[in-house]
Write a protein that binds this ligand. Structure first.
Ligand code: NAI
Ligand code: FMN
Length: 175
């Protein structure tokens, strides 16, 4: 049996309600990343699902970062970042970097190394993209960070961590 569709269209010129938008976005399953930086503007990191590939020539990805986030000044100021893709066992790291915890505390629970470009790399991550920010575009509440990927560290094998319906779900390499 097919479920009845629930329509929540905004009636123009009314803008769509933020909560309706969030409720809809909660249906979009996403990979979970911890984006980190270090440099003259300090060490910082935040959890991000808003990460995607832009181009392979030169290899470029984008990260959407809320301008009100405590990591914002350091990430944009340093101009370098690492996208650490979390593996299935790392939902606790996502919670630690997902807001409110003081920045120094976020880096105490796990093992970190430093990428060639100077950003923290999380041990046990599924992969780590070492990036430099090439362009920052402000859109509404967020800055869209376009990042050139300078190098990648790939775990030999890792189960994926998905964020869906406001909770974490492991996805094994083979079903
Ligand atoms: N892109 C973003 O900035 C995201 C921010 N968050 C933040 O993490 C916390 C927990 O989020 P949830 O448990 O998923 O419940 P939620 O109800 O706050 O969010 C549901 C979904 O809406 C989207 N969303 C939420 N806040 C957003 C924002 N400020 N800008 C753009 N998209 C947003 C995301 O896709 C999120 O998974 C909230 O404070 C939320 O704002 C979560 C996911 C993405
Ligand atoms: C699963 C999850 C995904 C998130 N994705 C993003 C994101 O893509 N962009 C963003 O700016 N914030 C995102 N956030 C929120 C930030 O991680 C968090 O708000 C940020 O660390 C700011 O909190 P702070 O100001 O207390 O440090 C996400 C949070 C969670 C829990």
């Amino acid at each position: 049996m097919q479920a009845a569709a629930l329509k929540l269209y905004a009636a123009p010129p009314e803008p769509m309600n933020r909560q309706d938008y969030r409720d809809a976005m909660s249906r979009l399953a996403a990979a979970v990343n911890v984006v980190t930086t270090d440099g003259p503007c300090g060490r910082a990191g935040f959890t991000a699902t808003a990460v995607c590939s832009v181009s392979d020539d030169p290899p470029t990805l984008l990260v959407c970062l809320n301008r009100s986030a405590s990591a914002h000044a350091a990430v944009v100021g340093n101009g370098n970042l690492c996208v650490n893709l979390l593996s299935a066992e790392q939902s606790d790291v996502s919670n630690l970097f997902g807001g409110k915890t003081p920045m120094a505390e976020r880096f105490t629970a796990d093992r970190w190394s430093i990428s060639p470009n100077g950003s923290p790399v999380l041990a046990g991550a599924a992969l780590a993209f070492d990036c430099r920010i090439t362009q920052v575009t402000s859109v509404a509440t967020h800055d869209v960070l376009f990042c050139e990927v300078l190098g990648v560290t790939l775990a030999e094998q890792a189960n994926a961590l998905l964020y869906f319906d406001r909770s974490y779900h492991p996805l094994p390499v083979s079903l």
